[in-house]
Design a protein around this ligand. Structure first.
Ligand code: ZN
Length: 469
């Protein structure tokens, strides 16, 4: 039974979609005012794991992830550089999409931009005004009156008592300790420069929170199955999304709220404000490969905080190498006999993996099932007790796991790679030297290849090469 920890109820609950076999999934996307760091990317690796697991379990997912391409921060940035909002945000959208691709993150079904959905936002604000949830402030901005919405605070458990009468905030991000009326629509002010829309609400721009209510409901309907985001967005952003959406529709907005924890660095949250972050490109420049970064971000449960360390990244790389070596070994099994116990190992690993993932994506247990299988089957191979048919079965299972983990693509790519001509030539020369008993030459060629990242292995079937990660 598939279960998720629902932040709304603070409980693990059995997952029941609104429509049988289908999942309406919304993820708060990036605010595109800067490059994403790996702390941001953790959220999207988590959503990818969630989505892959839902699909493994046979659900068809419709996944919407927005771009917040107009808010206080994007406007500040574009004004600083003196370029258009579109030019400014496009740079970060492109970089972000490139990061997602490098991390083998499945692209959302739809990637709407806030600036292309202003009409929809205006319509929602009008309904909120009609129903008495919205009011106009003296500055011409329109605010949401949180005291009117009975359920205000139900997600973050913010107490409405703490609300100061008439306390209002116009900025998109505000102090977490205080519930306040927040801006639905911001009347233009000179700091906005050329960023404004002239609408039935006046000249101005939407508040951040209304953007997500508008884009999620437009594409997924009035009630979503799952809404994801970082814990830092629970209040005020998600609380405000609920208040806006439910006041408009009178229906429950989201059935399951899933929040991922922060990535830390030296015990502190990785973030722009603390300047203690790495982008994916930083790590690649330092010589780390993207799949190791994926595996590193993936391998801690999404609701746990953990520290970014280079040792952790190294451990992820080594774990992947074990998987690559293992699949490589499976492909080399030639013997036709010896199927002892492999069926049982396959069943056990599959069962344990699935049970773990069904339990709120318990990735640690799921990976333990994978690596136990690697250990057990390696032992069978060592003892010559695995035949070709058994190896095929194990390989098939590994590929099934990888539909969820998404880390073996590099392995297959490298498999298809042919050595370049000069590498082939060197391998041939080394073979000749070995045959002639010239071990010095043979060893020096081996060393030279190693400096190029090519590792040679002498096997009974001849010399094999692989690229070192
Ligand atoms: Zn959002």
């Amino acid at each position: 039974m598939l279960r998720f920890y629902n932040t709304l109820t603070r409980k693990k609950e059995a997952f029941k979609p609104i429509e049988k076999g289908k999942v309406r999934l919304y993820s708060c996307g990036l605010t595109v005012y800067d490059y994403a760091h790996v702390g941001n990317l953790r959220a999207y690796v988590f959503v990818d794991l969630l989505r892959r697991w839902l699909e493994y379990r046979g659900f068809e997912t419709k996944h919407v992830m927005n771009f917040t391409d107009v808010d206080d921060k994007t406007i500040r940035g574009m004004r600083r550089e003196g370029i258009s909002l579109r030019q400014y945000t496009q740079r970060y959208i492109d970089a972000f999409l490139d990061d997602l691709q490098r991390l083998n993150i499945t692209r959302a079904t739809l990637l709407p931009r806030a600036t292309e959905h202003v009409d929809e936002m205006v319509r929602l604000v009008e309904v909120l005004l009609d129903k008495g949830y919205g009011y106009k402030g003296e500055d011409g901005s329109i605010y949401y009156d949180v005291s009117k919405f009975k359920g205000y605070g139900k997600l973050s458990r913010m107490k409405i008592k703490e609300l100061k009468a008439g306390a209002r905030v116009k900025v998109d991000e505000y102090a977490k300790e205080q519930a306040s009326d927040f801006a639905l629509w911001k009347a233009w002010d000179p700091d906005d420069g050329e960023v404004f829309w002239v609408t039935r609400l006046g000249k101005g721009r939407p508040g951040w929170h209304i953007e997500c209510s508008a884009m999620s409901m437009m594409y997924l309907g009035e009630t979503l199955d799952i809404h994801t985001g970082g814990v830092d967005n629970m209040f005020p952003h998600h609380e405000n999304e609920i208040a806006q959406s439910e006041a408009v529709t009178g229906k429950r907005f989201v059935n399951y709220w899933l929040h991922n924890e922060h990535l830390l660095i030296k015990g502190e949250r990785m973030g722009k404000s603390l300047r203690n972050f790495y982008t994916l490109q930083d790590l690649i420049r330092l010589g780390h490969d993207q799949t190791s970064v994926r595996h590193f971000l993936l391998s801690t449960h999404y609701r746990k905080q953990f520290n970014f360390t280079f040792e952790g990244l190294e451990a992820a790389k080594n774990a992947l190498q074990r998987l690559y070596d293992f699949v490589g070994r499976l492909e080399e099994v030639r013997s036709s006999d010896g199927e002892e116990g492999v069926e049982g190992l396959v069943e056990k690993a599959k069962g344990n993996f699935e049970e773990a993932m069904d339990d709120d994506l318990d990735i640690s247990m799921a990976l333990a099932a994978v690596f136990n299988l690697v250990k057990d089957v390696n032992k069978l191979i060592d003892e010559g007790r695995l035949g070709k048919t058994g190896a095929e079965k194990v390989k098939e299972l590994m590929m099934g796991f990888d539909r969820v983990l998404g880390v073996l693509d590099d392995f297959w790519k490298r498999r298809e790679e042919k050595p370049s001509e000069d590498v082939e030539e060197l391998i041939r020369k080394r073979e000749e030297a070995r045959k002639a008993g010239d071990w010095r030459t043979a060893d020096s060629i081996r060393d030279e290849l190693r400096t190029r990242g090519i590792v040679l292995e002498d096997t009974p079937e001849g010399v094999k090469w692989k690229r070192e990660r």
